[in-house]
Design a protein around this ligand. Structure first.
Ligand code: T4K
Length: 369
């Protein structure tokens, strides 16, 4: 990768020497996957760090979504957001369930609770919201609707690592939550993810489901898949966890610099921190009002690239526009005006722990020009 290019993110890497030490232990033990010692250790350390009672590690952040739907035996229709990474809706589709798109709230880019009830049909069995960019959903309002109609709630919390609201982990909300530990996330295990549940029985069921449904050598209790994390990535994850607090602190500093530098730029808007929320600063989206700014979002996106700054237009295009989903009634852009507008105007600026103050100043100065 060209060192002069500033990328949208950069992985939080463990110290190489420490990693080498753990690799040596793995080599010596010859136990390289299937619920080994580092897998067990990382599950425990993550559960403690994230303040959740039960957590199951996965090979990525997509398989826990697919598995959560199976573990809760979800069928029929699931209400979800079109403003996310495509894996959210794919997980529903992979289970033979119909996704139903509902518009988002412009204040957060999350599913708008006020629009959920109108999308519920007799076939609806669950809601799958996303804490987009690490901004918490209105979990109280969503739970009230779920309780009223007897629906399950599975949060795609891929962006919500370490996110807390009023001192409580956001992962406590709903029936289950999923995390992604992809290289591009605040915390990574190269590829990886987790499913968070609230009781031991469900943890056991999920652990079966991610291991072919094996209960023991002779019994297969469910049509499970193979999505176990191996020892090498678990060891990497143990070391990366030690560095994540500092990385989030640095990201916070970058967010402060962006907000200071961009606050008076006409046509550029961004989110502020939310009261009572411990943010993780996983993304820094800005929204471009072409008329006020004097340039379209895409023009700014390419101008940044000409200057070696590679932002990303997460989440453009909307999931509902992709060929698999665009024929669904709920995918009609008229049903999704806010999501369409946000997707057409967003750029996620570079946001990671390695950005220097000078990097951020350079990005700001190009946007201000
Ligand atoms: N739900 C939500 C809401 C999600 O956002 C995601 C994933 C999922 C579910 C599914 O979780 P996983 O199954 O992926 O664990 C990335 C990620 O691949 C994806 O994990 C993520 N969301 C999505 C939002 O973004 P790309 O296509 O943007 O990645 P890429 O390869 O273009 O990388 C972006 C930049 O990151 C590069 O320009 C430089 C930097 N980078 C990337 C990699 C892979 C590095 O510096 N090193 C690296 O190894 O998708």
């Amino acid at each position: 990768m060209n060192k002069d290019v500033i990328t949208v993110t950069s992985p939080l890497l463990p110290d190489l020497e420490d990693f080498h030490q753990l690799l040596k232990e793995i080599w010596d033990s010859k136990w390289i996957t299937n619920n080994g010692q580092f897998h067990k250790q990382l599950e425990k350390e993550l559960a403690d760090y994230l303040k959740v009672p039960y957590l199951s590690l996965f090979t990525n952040g997509t398989l826990p979504l697919i598995t959560a739907l199976q573990a809760l035996r979800i069928t029929g229709e699931v209400i979800t957001t079109p403003y996310s990474f495509v894996a959210t809706t794919h997980s529903i589709w992979w289970n033979g369930i119909k996704p139903v798109f509902v518009d988002i709230d412009p204040k957060t880019c999350n599913l708008d609770p006020a629009k959920i009830e109108a999308a519920i049909t007799p076939k609806t069995t669950a809601i799958m919201p996303v804490h987009c960019y690490g901004k918490p959903c209105d979990t109280k309002a969503i739970q009230e609707i779920a309780d009223k109609y007897g629906l399950k709630v599975i949060y795609d919390a891929a962006h919500a690592f370490a996110l807390e609201v009023d001192g409580e982990s956001i992962l406590a909300a709903g029936d289950m939550s999923t995390l992604s530990f992809h290289a591009t996330k605040v915390y990574n295990t190269v590829e990886g993810g987790a499913l968070i549940m609230h009781d031991e029985k469900m943890k056991r069921r999920v652990d079966y489901l991610k291991n072919f449904g094996f209960k023991n050598e002779e019994e297969v209790v469910a049509p499970g898949i193979n999505s176990k994390m191996d020892e090498i990535r678990a060891a990497y994850g143990i070391l990366a966890l030690r560095k994540v607090d500092d990385a989030i602190q640095r990201r916070r500093h970058v967010a402060v610099l962006y907000r200071q530098g961009l606050k008076d730029v006409p046509g550029i808007s961004f989110f502020e921190d939310m009261p009572g929320v411990k943010h993780n600063y996983s993304y820094f989206p800005v929204f471009v009002d072409a008329k006020e700014y004097g340039m379209t979002r895409d023009a700014l996106y390419y101008r940044l690239q000409e200057n070696n700054i590679v932002g990303r237009r997460y989440f453009y295009p909307l999931i509902s526009t992709f060929s698999t989903y665009c024929g669904l009634e709920s995918a009609d852009p008229k049903n999704l005006p806010v999501a369409t507008r946000m997707a057409d105007t967003v750029i996620c600026l570079p946001m990671h722990h390695e950005l220097s103050d000078e990097d951020v100043e350079r990005i700001i100065s190009i946007i201000r020009k």
